[in-house]
Design a binder for this molecule. Structure first.
Ligand SMILES: *[C@@H]1O[C@H](CO)[C@@H](O)[C@H](O)[C@H]1NC(C)=O
Ligand SMILES: *[C@@H]1O[C@H](CO)[C@@H](O)[C@H](O)[C@H]1NC(C)=O
Ligand SMILES: *[C@@H]1O[C@H](CO)[C@@H](O)[C@H](O)[C@H]1NC(C)=O
Ligand SMILES: *[C@@H]1O[C@H](CO)[C@@H](O)[C@H](O)[C@H]1NC(C)=O
Ligand SMILES: *[C@@H]1O[C@H](CO)[C@@H](O)[C@H](O)[C@H]1NC(C)=O
Ligand SMILES: *[C@@H]1O[C@H](CO)[C@@H](O)[C@H](O)[C@H]1NC(C)=O
Ligand SMILES: *[C@@H]1O[C@H](CO)[C@@H](O)[C@H](O)[C@H]1NC(C)=O
Ligand SMILES: *[C@@H]1O[C@H](CO)[C@@H](O)[C@H](O)[C@H]1NC(C)=O
Ligand SMILES: *[C@@H]1O[C@H](CO)[C@@H](O)[C@H](O)[C@H]1NC(C)=O
Ligand SMILES: *[C@@H]1O[C@H](CO)[C@@H](O)[C@H](O)[C@H]1NC(C)=O
Ligand SMILES: *[C@@H]1O[C@H](CO)[C@@H](O)[C@H](O)[C@H]1NC(C)=O
Ligand SMILES: *[C@@H]1O[C@H](CO)[C@@H](O)[C@H](O)[C@H]1NC(C)=O
Length: 688
């Protein structure tokens, strides 16, 4: 019995006790028989406060003596006495409880008396596996259970929940069947027809998805969910308007409809496609279709000073076009146009470039005219100013003293006036200064001018054109020519070495660098060539035959009228002034050498003749006069030649000597190449 049931019995027991007390008092008052012997068969005798009392046994109700009858506990109600989910069974003097189907007694017995707290709890039938079969799940209920088909499964009758009840029922997978058709769409992909399968719809060509979902799903009920796609036909509407075009269109606005564009009269196409299509995006495709007005001279510019270029932005590219150039030209120093040229140029280039043959230092107006497609002449004028950078160029020096150049300035009809300022200087002759200033005017395209320049001089020639404010500096260097003939006092001696006097030469044609005293056997005098005579020393192998340089003086070391003693056995420069041999006949030359700019020129003069060298000197002298070749034929004393001692005492017997005094000149001039035949052009002069 449950505690609740116990509490319900409390008042009942109290009632029984009170009834028994009342009965006993009545018995006591009447007689005093053995009470206990009178107890009912279903009663028990109890001693209470010293008195015997008969009390009906448990499960019986009555007075304990005459009356103890079975109490039907179950009458109270099974739920009340046995607890929930029970059946109550009354027995003679007692009762027991049984759990309803689907419940189990908590003491695991079939029957129970609720007084020990036993109750009936629900049995979880689902703990037993396989109760519902495949593809279904078991759900416990109070006192029972239910089976439910899994999602996507159903019974044959379409229900999902069932109780097996021993019948063989099974859950089968649902099948949504063929996907439903959607208007203007087609199933693009179907993953199946069972639960969870998907079908994707695409709009048919030319249609677009206006609303709804693209994918339908097979649901657990076996129906396709989401077949609400709405496909509508593509409509691009009105085509785009492109300025300056005319459309060719069939009014169709559906997919791939085309509209063609064409430039209006007077405009030229410039761009890509000439049509636009209605696209899947429900819009006409964007095209770069540009119609431009005729631009015959777009972006005209001057480059490289005399060239013009422009762009021809017309629809008819590649078509030949003729441009008429009208060029008016005017030199800077002119007031009016002096040049007027018209010519045509025909080209099919889109970016023509024309380089004009323009002179420098001029202003031009170039008017370019062409005929438009509308047969209207279109002109553009551009001013071109050429710089005076070079009114002339290609300046050339020729023949040492001449200049020629090329005029760049336009027009042979206009003469150009050039001013010359020529200044010459010599490094070796500080006081030297040569200046010339003059103007020339010429019409020639390639003028030439020769200057009267001094030799051995650095000249700067400033050529200027006052009209064009232009000047040019040219440097010219003239070669040195041969130095002047040495000014010598000719000496003819017999018997002794002469005392010679060296006169300083002027730096007239160039710097004088050296003076050389050359000693030569007299018989070689006629073969002496000033230029080719090597500067041999006395000790050179060939001395005996060809002569030698006896002394060399740097020009700066030479004092005027410097005495020179032939044969004094000193060294002058690297040359040895060897003593003359007795009895020999010599002739002596003075050579003046100019060395400048790596060019060496020289002049020679015969200075002395020595015959029959003897210890006692006797000489006659003659003075050379300028460039006049003087020849002397002098008879001297004859002397007997004694044996000579080498390099030593010279015995010079007196002798008669025929002397020829000759001024020799040797230069580079071609005219002088015939020197061997001409230099002894002699004149017999009687000296003294
Ligand atoms: C029996 O069930 C009722 C309602 O279902 C509940 O109120 C009562 O407490 C239960 N009694 C016992 C003893 O469990
Ligand atoms: C009921 O269960 C108890 C233990 O809970 C056991 O002692 C008793 O014998 C059982 N009664 C019957 C009738 O099986
Ligand atoms: C039923 O009995 C069990 C075991 O004695 C106990 O745990 C449970 O609480 C009882 N249930 C009720 C409703 O009294
Ligand atoms: C397009 O429509 C316009 C009026 O809507 C009509 O005048 C024209 O003839 C149509 N063009 C074609 C090619 O059908
Ligand atoms: C479009 O251009 C093509 C060639 O690019 C040409 O053949 C056709 O005639 C053009 N159509 C129109 C309408 O101008
Ligand atoms: C066409 O051009 C318009 C305006 O520039 C732009 O808004 C649109 O997105 C373009 N359409 C396409 C398909 O490129
Ligand atoms: C004009 O010419 C210049 C130089 O050639 C170029 O850089 C420029 O882009 C051109 N302008 C136009 C509008 O074509
Ligand atoms: C300008 O002239 C120079 C030399 O004649 C040439 O090399 C160069 O290419 C020219 N420039 C142009 C833009 O034609
Ligand atoms: C240049 O061409 C035009 C026609 O394009 C012609 O009339 C004119 O005589 C031509 N001029 C010269 C100088 O050739
Ligand atoms: C260019 O020449 C044309 C024809 O000779 C003439 O009509 C036009 O006025 C000239 N333009 C200029 C700017 O000189
Ligand atoms: C320059 O020299 C050459 C020969 O060397 C000669 O023919 C020509 O006339 C000379 N020119 C002048 C301008 O002296
Ligand atoms: C001079 O001559 C000798 C023999 O004749 C020779 O050996 C020597 O090299 C020559 N010396 C010079 C500088 O020519």
């Amino acid at each position: 019995m449950s505690p609740g049931a116990g509490r319900a019995l409390g008042p009942l027991l109290l009632l029984l006790v009170l009834l028994q007390c009342a009965a006993r008092r009545r018995v006591v008052k009447r007689s005093v028989p053995d009470v206990c012997a009178t107890c009912h068969v279903h009663a028990t005798c109890h001693q209470i406060e010293g008195k015997s009392v008969c009390i009906c046994n448990y499960g019986f109700v009555g007075n304990g003596r005459t009356h103890c009858q079975d109490k039907d506990e179950c009458q109270i109600g099974a739920n009340k006495i046995c607890g929930n989910h029970t059946l109550c069974h009354n027995t003679h003097g007692s009762f027991y409880c049984v759990c309803l189907d689907g419940f189990r007694a908590s003491n695991n017995n079939k029957t129970f008396i609720p007084n020990d707290g036993t109750n009936c709890t629900d049995i979880d039938e689902c703990e037993e596996s396989g109760l519902c079969g495949h593809n279904a799940k078991c759900v416990n209920t109070e006192g029972s259970y239910k089976c439910y088909c899994n999602d996507g499964y159903k019974l044959e009758n379409g229900e999902r929940s069932f109780h097996p009840d021993g019948n063989t029922v099974s859950c089968r997978g649902v099948d949504c069947g063929v996907p439903p058709s959607v208007l203007n769409a087609h199933p693009a992909s179907v993953s199946g027809t069972t639960y969870g399968s998907e079908v994707t719809y695409n709009c048919v060509h030319g249609y677009f998805m206006a609303s709804g979902t693209q994918t339908a799903v097979c649901n657990a009920e076996g129906q396709w969910d989401g077949t609400d796609l709405v496909c509508k036909e593509i409509d691009c509407g009105k085509p785009l308007l492109i300025p300056r075009t005319e459309m060719t269109w069939d009014n169709s606005t559906t997919l791939r409809s085309r509209v063609y564009y064409q430039c209006k009269e007077g405009y030229y196409f410039n761009g890509g496609k000439n049509f636009s299509e209605c696209t899947i995006d429900q819009s006409w495709e964007n095209i770069t279709f540009v119609c431009k007005g005729e631009e015959l001279f777009s972006n005209l510019s001057i480059f490289n000073e005399t060239c013009v270029k422009w762009e021809r932005k017309t629809g008819r590219l590649g078509v030949q076009k003729t441009y008429t150039f009208h060029i008016l030209g005017q030199r800077w120093d002119e007031k009016t146009f002096s040049e007027d040229v018209i010519f045509n140029i025909t080209t099919n280039e889109d970016n023509p470039k024309v380089c004009l043959d323009l002179d420098s230092g001029s202003n031009y107006v170039v008017n370019i005219t062409t005929i438009s497609s509308a047969n209207i002449p279109v002109s553009v004028a551009v001013a071109i100013q050429t710089k005076v950078k070079e009114p002339f160029n290609n300046v050339l020096i020729f023949n040492d003293t001449c200049l020629k150049w090329k005029r760049n300035v336009r027009g042979t009809d206009v003469g150009d006036r050039y001013s010359f300022h020529v200044q010459g200087q010599r490094w070796y002759q500080k006081e030297f200064f040569h200046e010339m200033i003059f103007d020339i005017t010429t019409h020639k395209q390639a003028p030439e001018v020769c200057f009267d320049l001094q030799p051995g001089t650095n000249y700067s020639v400033n050529i200027s054109m006052a009209a064009l404010n232009f000047s040019l500096l040219v440097s010219m260097t003239t070669q040195i020519t041969d130095p002047p003939f040495p000014d010598v006092e000719f000496v003819a001696v017999t018997g002794s070495a002469p005392l010679l006097r060296l006169r300083k030469a002027e730096d007239q044609n160039g710097p004088i660098s050296f003076y050389q005293v050359i000693v030569l056997p007299l018989d070689l005098q006629s073969t002496f060539i000033c230029d080719s005579f090597a500067a041999a020393t006395f000790f050179s192998n060939a001395t005996d035959v060809k002569g030698y340089v006896a002394a060399e003086f740097q020009a700066k070391d030479v004092a005027d009228n410097m005495p020179i003693s032939l044969g004094d056995r000193h060294y002058y420069g690297k040359f040895y002034n060897a003593p003359l041999k007795l009895g020999e006949e010599y002739c002596v030359f003075l050579r003046v050498i100019s060395e400048w700019n790596k060019v060496r020129t020289q002049s020679c003069a015969i200075w002395a003749q020595i015959k029959n060298l003897a210890p006692t000197p006797q000489y006659m002298s003659a003075v050379g006069l300028g460039s006049v070749a003087a020849v002397c034929l002098i008879l001297f004393l004859t002397f007997s030649a004694a044996r000579s001692y080498l390099h030593n005492t010279v015995s010079s017997p007196p002798a008669a000597l025929a002397c020829e005094a000759v001024y020799l000149s040797a230069t580079m001039d071609t005219a002088q190449l015939g020197i061997t035949s001409s230099f002894l052009e002699t004149e017999n002069v009687s000296l003294l």
